[in-house]
Design a protein around this ligand. Structure first.
Ligand SMILES: Nc1ncnc2c1ncn2[C@@H]1O[C@H](COP(=O)(O)OP(=O)(O)OP(=O)(O)O)[C@@H](O)[C@H]1O
Ligand SMILES: O=P(O)(O)OC[C@H]1O[C@H](OP(=O)(O)OP(=O)(O)O)[C@H](O)[C@@H]1O
Length: 218
């Protein structure tokens, strides 16, 4: 039996994803050891390998088959646009992708003006403004603290994740338009899904059952 490789997104989703896998009997305690510099971990009994990587790299590992399975946010899946199967919504890391900015920007959006949009998600922003709204905009790619852009006059609005709304509120910004709901998903390499159908389907089934039972309070 060959090893199945599982890629997990570093950061906010990692601990919750590992907890979820543990609930269905898939454990990898070693990966939680933050002091370790080791990159790949094994569960020899289950013939599974695990690694943590930057969220935006997970779809790349999965499309190329370097990982058979990945756990990553829908935002990253949409942004990276890789070929792979999205098989399950884990209901973790729930948040929204939104257009946000100062209240005064609302009329610029309504009038379809040529505005500047700062974002960590240029592909999602392009798809939203060009394909869904048919509005021409200038996209400015940033890598973090996106809320700074409209405050400092770099852009009129931003496209970013909103969870509690605290960051927007504390910086005098508001949600202007909702783009889509986001949560963590399980993704699978297309060839692995065929070659390792039995084992991968069993993981999907166990996760679905656990999530359904949790939802129904049992
Ligand atoms: N408040 C939130 N802010 C950002 N991401 C969130 C939030 N709530 C849930 N998420 C989800 O968690 C995922 C991981 O977020 P995290 O901040 O750890 O990494 P990242 O910002 O994508 O990576 P990096 O910090 O390396 O750029 C996001 O892709 C998203 O799906
Ligand atoms: O609605 P809230 O609960 O305030 O969460 C949303 C904020 O969290 C994320 O930033 P993150 O902490 O990942 O930092 P970053 O801006 O450097 O990406 C996101 O980009 C927002 O700024």
């Amino acid at each position: 039996m060959r090893y199945i490789t599982i890629a997990l997104a570093k950061g906010r989703l990692a601990a919750d994803t590992l907890d979820l896998l543990e609930q269905i009997g898939i454990s990898c305690d070693e990966i939680r050891d933050k002091s370790s510099r080791k990159l790949i971990f094994e569960n020899k009994e289950l013939k599974l390998k695990f690694f943590l990587a930057k969220a935006s790299d997970i779809p790349t590992y999965v499309e190329y088959g370097a990982a058979d399975i990945g756990f990553v946010g829908k935002d990253t899946i949409l942004e990276e646009g890789r070929k792979m199967y999205e098989v399950l919504d884990l209901g973790l890391g729930k948040c929204k992708m939104c257009v946000a900015g100062p209240e005064s920007a609302e009329k610029l959006l309504q009038h379809g003006e040529l505005i500047r949009v700062a974002t960590k998600y240029p592909n999602i922003a392009k798809d939203y403004f060009y394909n869904k709204k048919h509005q021409t905009v200038e996209i400015i790619k940033l890598n973090g603290s996106i809320e700074l852009a409209p405050i400092l006059g770099l852009s009129e609005v931003i496209v970013d994740i909103v969870e509690t709304g605290k960051t927007l509120k504390e910086n005098g910004l508001v949600v202007l338009e909702d783009i889509c709901d986001i949560s963590a998903r399980m993704v699978v390499n297309e060839v692995s899904m065929k070659m390792e159908h039995e084992r991968i389907s069993a993981i999907i089934k166990d996760l679905k059952e656990y999530l359904n039972n949790k939802k129904n309070g049992s």
